[in-house]
Design a binder for this molecule. Structure first.
Ligand code: NAD
Ligand code: ZN
Length: 391
């Protein structure tokens, strides 16, 4: 079959690889019909390269049709249309029972000390072959697919695997009071969807921050007040929130995924310095912004909540603990527990389209276009926000 394969830093290729097959009695084999390209793939593309192995198949946001079932699978049959949550969980352990599928005790990756296995995440999350491919082996299938109706577009359902539950969890964790204010840092697919979900769940003003004008435009068209982080929006947003700052801030950026390695390094050094010294060093280094997490700490009101949905992979990112403690900020974070949130989200996909999933994707591409797709999405060119592969 064809698959998108990691070969090195910023080097992905579409290649023929051996077909996956049913290996265990609880597996199903999925024929993939749509498969998303995610900001998390951009981390693997570059920054998390050291965890990758040449030949790893990428991708973790698939949906498709069941092609074959293992002998023990009774609730699924060939031809069923399903979406596959990005993490693999068992539905039986204490963590799964608590709605924390990303911490599943039976699929956790003990060698790495990380949580539940994730498709296409190489050794970091259990070396499970990814879903930007024509076929996917789904282990423990009955606990690891979401059935969706046979009719309706793929675009309507595919985001159940990642974007929707991720944004949903980010907003729930942000704990925005009814009618309260929330700022979303980063307006990629995740931040954009966070703005939509926040409004849907009853937030008042939503502030969206991103350096890319097209991304700001998308969020603005759906009611967010938007800002360029280069223009220091903190003071302005504070003014628009009674002088206090928003009740919650969502960091939907995470590690910089824009290919500016040196910027990240400088940021790390800078973040250990006192504020004044940091600003002048940033200036002399030509770095015009601190990482999103620092903006979040600065921006959120006292006693407010920061919900970190962007992925951070550093081992020792210094945190401004004094400010966090003094402002009494609550911080919540983590990979999204897909199956936990799916029942709240799925009804929104039947009938109307309150979250605008039908025209959320900016690009539908074949697997053959993967190298271009990754480069375009990373550089934020050609208006790329959400890319779906159609294997
Ligand atoms: P993306 O890379 O398209 O989005 C990041 C956005 O942040 C970009 O639009 C970029 O222009 C913007 N940005 C960069 N620096 C900024 C700054 N200082 N201030 C404001 N905006 C800034 O990726 P995405 O698909 O939207 O994913 C966003 C993050 O969410 C990634 O880190 C991804 O790994 C993570 N993620 C987490 C989960 C989870 O389960 N928690 C799931 C999916 C994705
Ligand atoms: Zn993803």
């Amino acid at each position: 079959m064809k698959a998108v394969v990691w070969h090195g830093t910023a080097d992905v290729r579409t290649e023929q690889v051996p077909d996956p097959r049913v290996e265990r009695p609880d597996d199903v084999l999925l024929r993939v019909t749509s498969s998303g390209l995610c900001g998390s793939d951009l981390h693997l593309y570059e920054l998390l390269g050291p965890f990758m192995h040449e030949g790893d198949i990428l991708g973790h946001e698939p949906m498709g049709v069941v092609e074959e079932t293992g002998a023990d699978v009774t609730s699924l049959r060939r031809g069923d249309r399903v979406v596959v949550p990005f993490q693999i969980s068992c539905a039986r352990c204490a963590m799964c029972a608590a709605g924390l599928q990303t911490q599943c005790e039976t699929t956790r990756v003990e060698e790495q000390g990380t949580g539940a296995r994730i498709y296409g995440y190489s050794s970091l999350y259990g070396s499970v072959p990814g879903a930007q491919a024509e076929y996917l082996r789904v282990p423990r299938a009955e606990a690891n697919v979401l059935k969706v109706p046979a009719q309706g577009t793929d675009d309507r359902y595919v985001y159940l695997s990642d974007v929707l539950p991720t944004a949903w969890q980010a907003v729930r964790y942000a704990d925005v009071p009814e009618g309260g204010s929330v700022a979303v840092l980063g307006l990629g697919p995740i931040g954009d969807m966070c703005c939509r979900v926040a409004r849907h769940l009853g937030a008042g003003p939503v502030f969206g921050i991103d350096p890319v004008p097209e991304r700001r435009g998308r969020a603005q068209a759906r009611g967010a007040q938007v800002f360029d982080p280069g223009q220091d929006p903190v003071a302005e947003i504070r003014e628009r929130t009674g002088g206090r700052g928003p009740d919650a801030v969502i960091d939907a950026v995470g590690m910089e995924a824009d290919g500016h390695g040196p910027v990240r390094l400088v940021q790390k050094v800078v973040s250990m310095l006192p504020k004044g010294a940091a600003a002048s060093l940033m200036e002399s280094a030509g770095v015009d912004r601190l990482s999103a997490l620092y903006t979040a700490v600065d921006l959120v009101r006292r006693g407010g909540t920061i919900s970190v949905v962007g992925v951070y992979g550093g081992m020792a990112d210094p945190l401004p603990m004094m400010t966090l403690f003094d402002k009494q900020i609550q911080v919540r974070m983590g990979q999204a527990n897909v199956r936990h949130w799916a029942p709240e989200i799925q009804p929104l996909l039947e009938g109307g389209d309150p979250l605008g999933v039908e025209d959320f994707a900016t690009h539908h591409l074949s697997l053959d276009e993967a190298a271009h797709a990754y480069a375009m999405f990373q550089k934020k060119e050609e208006g790329a926000v959400k890319v779906l592969f159609r294997p």
